[in-house]
Design a protein around this ligand. Sequence first.
Ligand SMILES: Cc1cc2nc3c(=O)[nH]c(=O)nc-3n(C[C@H](O)[C@H](O)[C@H](O)COP(=O)(O)OP(=O)(O)OC[C@H]3O[C@@H](n4cnc5c(N)ncnc54)[C@H](O)[C@@H]3O)c2cc1C
Length: 461
Amino acid sequence: MPSYDYDLFVIGGGSGGVRSARVAASLGKKVAIAEEYRYGGTCVIRGCVPKKLFVYASQFHEHFEDAAGFGWTVGESSFDWKKLIAAKDIEIARLEGLYKKGLAGAQAEILETRAELVDAHTIKLLKTGETVTAKTIVIATGGKPNPHAALPGHELCISSNEAFHLEELPKSILIAGGGYIAVEFANIFHGLGVETTLIYRGTEILSRFDEDLRRGLHEAMVAKGIRILCQDVMEKVAKDENGLVIQTMKGQTLNAGVVMLALGRDPYTQGLGLEKAGVAVNERGAIVVDDYSRTNVENIYALGDVTDRVQLTPVAIHEAMCFIETEYKNNPTKPDYDLIPTAVFSQPEIGTVGLSEEEAGKRYKELEVYRAQFRPLKATLSGRAEKMIMKLIVDAASRKVVGAHILGHDAGEMAQILGITLKAGCTKDDFDRTMALHPTAAEELVTMYAPTYRIRDGQRV
Ligand SMILES: Cc1cc2nc3c(=O)[nH]c(=O)nc-3n(C[C@H](O)[C@H](O)[C@H](O)COP(=O)(O)OP(=O)(O)OC[C@H]3O[C@@H](n4cnc5c(N)ncnc54)[C@H](O)[C@@H]3O)c2cc1C
């Protein structure tokens, strides 16, 4: 048996990497983990967590406005971007510290360096130039924003990475993309008082979500004052004395202080030495893995965003836990991608689990769709025009709820709980037997007794 410096070497200190390293070390394995930037990875440093803090920050102006309807007089308010950034940075640094503490507590060796593969068992640590060996390697290097290198003037644009550290809040922003990151940032910037435009190639924002909710959110965003340009793309970005000038495919000329690209994320595999170790990637540069996150090289695993699977933090963590079961507990475990609850932290929020009406229509012969659209109680006194939408998609034959979709406040929180009910295989009758909790918005989910309409063979009847 060859001897190695480590039982496990993890490249990348993000959601998936830290979990793999910490748990393997806690099982008594000799583990090292390398991170080239900051521990916590995308989620903690420049993804989910700071984004959600920005979402909260951007909601206050509506809270102040709504307060008047409840008898409050709120004095003049103002917003300080630099204060928000400083407070966010303190919280992120605290979380980064917790990640490192967890690793250290489990006796994993924490390396602050870029690491690259030299061969299937050897890793080069770039900070010192030293090489080390490991029996097993986990690659969890995550993804990077697509820079849209083909766009003339792309170097003048920012990505979500820079959005977390802008020196000044711009007066106006143009965000390119229609995915959740683009939509969330459009709402954040608008909420902070920035004149915001979203430009997206597709016919409607947020492809793959339920169409009803996509439309509902689009309308709500436009009503707030966000400009949304669908079926158009930027063709050129240039700079003049007033800021950035953007030419679009449809011949429009737009001006913005900042242009942000949110056009998807690429797996971060460049320069990693994959070819030296013989690790195969697909045409997008994502590491190819089997059902157990194992690459084509027996002792090398890859998990999280660097593989072409579902790009979410809980998924990367789940894949890490499955790796631990497979490699160290003699219990080969495939990650389970069925019924992943997700949210879009837009304003209003989307929370969803299971199949959209369109997808369910393709899979099931007959569906019952239960749909409610209403003004939430809070919006009555505040006078806010916002509407909530709730939808349950039910397979008529088995009565199982196969999709649940919410547009409105706290939709993400509700989707997490709905995820349990769908995972447990609850039927519409289980929902009907559940007592309503009054007065809540969520009670609509258990009080929609008659189907709003049916879908038969993919057609609404
Ligand atoms: C703006 C934004 C918002 C998001 N919001 C959400 C959300 O609300 N909910 C959600 O579930 N997900 C969200 N995500 C996605 C989530 O952040 C990722 O799915 C998750 O972080 C993936 O984890 P990972 O371990 O695969 O990679 P990452 O967390 O990206 O970690 C990879 C780490 O590897 C390091 N690294 C890379 N190469 C090397 C190397 N050669 N040597 C050493 N270190 C290296 C990187 O610096 C990085 O720290 C968001 C992402 C973004 C960008």
